[in-house]
Design a protein around this ligand. Structure first.
Ligand code: HEC
Length: 171
């Protein structure tokens, strides 16, 4: 009788111990699962971020703001949409007034892709053109010339096509 009672107590203790063990093993499992989940989430985040960065690097499109080092003022210009729009309008009204297609006796046809970014920057930095020298630019302020440069820089010949250099780099 005593023996059986002892046996039962031992059995009970053992089964309790077993339950404890099972629980702790279960807990371990949950722990491992939690870690795996964290790793999975981190991996997903890394894939997402690198995908985003890659996409950003490949698409030179209007989405990013271009940066341009302006030699005239020795500053870095962060080109805004407004700058590009203003520059476009001024280019149409104050440059294309002479540089339109078919102006034979006068200036030759110019558009944003007539030059690469470096070329346009050189035009405005050195002002080597005949029109800049003979005073045809004199009614334009430094700020207006800067936004025309912004527009031409943003839409220059080397900003489109398979060999395009990603915009956003200092030119
Ligand atoms: C009054 C007319 C006139 C205006 C306005 C004018 N230009 Fe000119 N531009 C000329 C003439 C003339 C030449 C010399 C002939 C040529 O190369 O087309 C010239 C030459 C140039 C050249 C050299 C062409 C080359 O292939 O390198 C560039 C670049 C240029 N102009 C840009 C501009 C820009 C930018 C503006 C506006 C800020 C402008 N021009 C406004 C008349 C004008």
């Amino acid at each position: 009788m005593i023996h059986t009672m002892q046996q039962t107590a031992v059995d009970e203790l053992l089964s309790l111990r077993l339950r404890d063990l099972k629980e702790s093993i279960g807990g371990l499992g949950a722990d491992v699962y939690q870690k795996q989940e964290t790793v999975r989430m981190k991996t997903a985040a890394i894939i997402l971020i690198s995908g985003f960065l890659l996409f950003n690097g490949f698409s030179h499109a209007e989405a990013s703001t271009a940066k341009r080092f302006d030699k005239t003022t020795k500053t870095c210009r962060l080109i805004t949409y407004q700058d590009v729009r203003d520059g476009y309008k001024l280019f149409q009204s104050d440059c294309k007034s002479c540089h339109y297609r078919g102006n034979k006796e006068h200036a030759k046809f110019l558009y944003s892709e007539s030059k690469v970014r470096k070329g346009w920057n050189r035009v405005f930095a050195t002002k080597y053109t005949r029109c800049a020298k003979n005073g045809s630019w004199s009614k334009l302020t430094a700020q207006q010339l800067a936004v025309i440069n912004d527009y031409l820089f943003q839409n220059a010949a080397d900003t489109v096509g398979p060999n395009a250099i990603p915009i956003g780099k200092l030119g």
